[in-house]
Design a protein around this ligand. Structure first.
Ligand code: MCA
Ligand code: AMP
Length: 499
């Protein structure tokens, strides 16, 4: 019997007495105890009717049980589908409809709302959170060993939704091999071992926090300090006894803006990793001047896991994302013709390897558009590669805003705004923001003499979209700037309304 991911990440720890998770409340969970808990949860999944290949939707707080649920899902042969805790019911409804899960796990405080949302579906809802979560309680009475369900390398382990330029989120199907190959590459490259202690302050519903941070720690047997959210004070207090931090650029700018963040504090630290959004060269330099450490920047996507990384031992160059990971190919192509471009030219970044997903859930047409028959995936990012293969990202061909490491697709917000009575049209764009990298602005054309108010726009957005997607300002205009082809010129809007 084999279960690709379980055998590599979890099984080796069944008798490991070292601490895996140290939580905010001071509790420490050993690897062996964590595995027993995962087994108990796997029994609950099985008893709830979860079959191999079934999706489990998880919108839950950042708890040790939530991470054990991920391990349980792998063990039970299910497909783990984590969702941002900030999503509204309207957003949640779409994912549930699309993924057709056989189990939903949510925060105990959202149970009633989710039951209302899915009324008419037979899907059971179990809860995590505090001592009252029904999933946690049910697990307490279960046996603490579970025979993992057979899962081959190409079987799905996770379904992660990523927004799209069409406004509809797409479920990226990630196999056991996709996740494991990436964890192995990163663990080796960043030299992560069981002597490491990672400060984990990222959310656990995205690739960065769940796979890059958690899978590498599991593979290496490292300790993880589980912070429920990013809090500068808490990070400062853990730094002297930790060795690793993985974060989005906002983590680093916030640390730098605190005078308590000093070179003395990071004496024990081995590595700071940044990703999910561009790290400004200025942040890179300021960080080195303050701490003596050069942040290691890497690049990835939900669909591909990590693609490139600056070297651990070699030169970490600000403004570049380094070299293709072992077993991963990167090429730069002409976005019109698809032809490979020579070193130094700017074009579409394409990637192929064991890290690349198996396609979009229920979207064969979309999959064929973005994943070539040759196996190369079109990232939608524009970049240039030096003669020796070092990659720099220079822009995006997709209309995307990245705010604090969260991807926000303007089309999704424009669709909501355009539905508000009195709106003729709208254009959503990002402007530079010192804290979040970019922030969201909406330009709106209202019907003449209409009664449209900013409050109506805010109310509509608030009822449908997660808070991090909300425009931070609304600009009323008579018309939107367009080019001769009739396309809205977002660069003109960015220049007009940027800082
Ligand atoms: C919180 N808010 C945000 C964001 N986060 N608004 C815009 N963008 C955000 N990212 C809202 C809050 O709802 C709040 O709204 C207000 O901003 C201020 O909140 P604050 O307390 O300052 O924020 P925070 O709670 O400290 O969060 C900031 C954060 C967080 C720590 C940067 O957003 C975060 O953890 N980001 C990491 C995202 C991530 O993991 N990305 C990886 C996905 P109000 O106005 O109501 O107060 S990408 C990925 O996985 C790919 C593969 C990759 O390469 O890694
Ligand atoms: P997601 O769709 O959430 O997986 O986000 C993937 C996108 O984040 C990529 O297509 C890039 O545009 C962006 N991204 C990730 N890492 C970096 C980085 N180091 N520098 C610039 N952009 C990045």
């Amino acid at each position: 019997m084999t279960n690709t991911l379980y055998d590599a990440l979890f099984a080796p720890h069944e008798r490991n007495p070292a601490v895996f998770l140290r939580c905010d409340d001071g509790t420490a969970l050993r690897y062996d105890a964590f595995l027993k808990r995962a087994a108990q949860l796997a029994h609950v999944l099985k008893n709830a009717g979860v079959q191999p290949g079934d999706r489990i939707v998880v919108q839950a707080p950042k708890l040790s049980d939530t991470i054990a649920l991920y391990a349980a899902s792998v063990q039970a042969g299910a497909v783990y589908l984590p969702l941002n805790t900030a999503y509204t019911e309207a957003e949640l409804g779409y994912f549930i409809e699309d993924a057709d899960p056989s189990l939903i796990v949510c925060d105990a405080k959202n149970e009633a709302a989710i039951n209302m949302l899915i009324s008419g579906r037979a899907t059971p809802v179990l809860t995590l959170g505090g001592s009252s979560g029904s999933l946690s309680l049910a697990a307490n009475d279960m046996p603490d060993s579970f025979t993992p369900v057979d899962r081959a390398p190409d079987d799905l382990a996770a379904l992660l939704y990523t927004s799209g330029t069409t406004g509809r989120s797409k479920g990226a199907m990630l196999s056991h091999k996709n996740l494991l190959s990436n964890a192995i590459s990163l663990t080796n490259l960043w030299e992560i071992t069981n002597q490491d202690c990672l400060i984990h302050a990222l959310p656990i519903f995205h690739t960065h926090g769940l796979f890059v941070a958690m899978n590498t720690s599991l593979l290496a047997g490292a300790e993880v300090r589980l912070h429920t959210a990013f809090d500068v004070e808490k990070v400062l207090s853990d730094l002297p006894s930790a060795t690793l931090l993985m974060g989005v650029p906002t983590f680093y700018t916030r640390l730098l803006s605190d005078t308590g963040f000093t070179e003395e504090l990071v004496q024990n630290m081995r590595l700071f990793v940044s990703g999910s959004a561009p790290l400004l060269a200025e942040t890179h330099r300021e960080f080195e001047a303050r701490t003596g450490h050069r942040i290691l920047e890497r690049y990835g996507m939900t669909e591909t896991n990590m693609i490139t990384s600056n070297p651990y031992d070699g030169e970490r160059v600000a403004g570049t994302v380094g070299y293709a990971l072992p077993g991963t190919e990167v090429k730069i192509t002409d976005p019109e013709t698809g032809k490979t471009l020579p070193a130094g030219d700017i074009g579409m970044i394409e990637v192929r390897g064991d890290n690349v997903f198996k396609g979009y859930w229920n979207m064969p047409v979309k999959t064929a558009e973005e994943l070539r028959a040759s196996g190369f995936f079109l990232t939608g990012d524009l970049g240039t590669q030096s003669q020796d293969g070092r990659l720099a990202i220079v822009g995006r061909s997709k209309d995307l805003i990245i705010s604090g490491g969260y991807n926000i697709y303007p089309k999704e917000i424009e669709d909501v705004l355009n539905d508000v009575p009195g709106v003729v049209e709208s254009a959503v764009f990002g402007v530079p923001n010192a804290d979040f990298g970019e922030s969201v602005i909406a330009a709106v054309v209202a019907e003449p003499n209409g009664a449209l108010t900013e409050q109506a726009l805010k109310d509509s957005v608030a009822s449908k979209l997660a808070r991090f997607k909300h425009p931070r300002a609304f600009k009323f205009m008579d018309t939107l700037p367009r080019n001769t082809m009739g396309k809205v010129q977002k660069n003109v809007l960015r220049e007009a309304y940027g800082p």
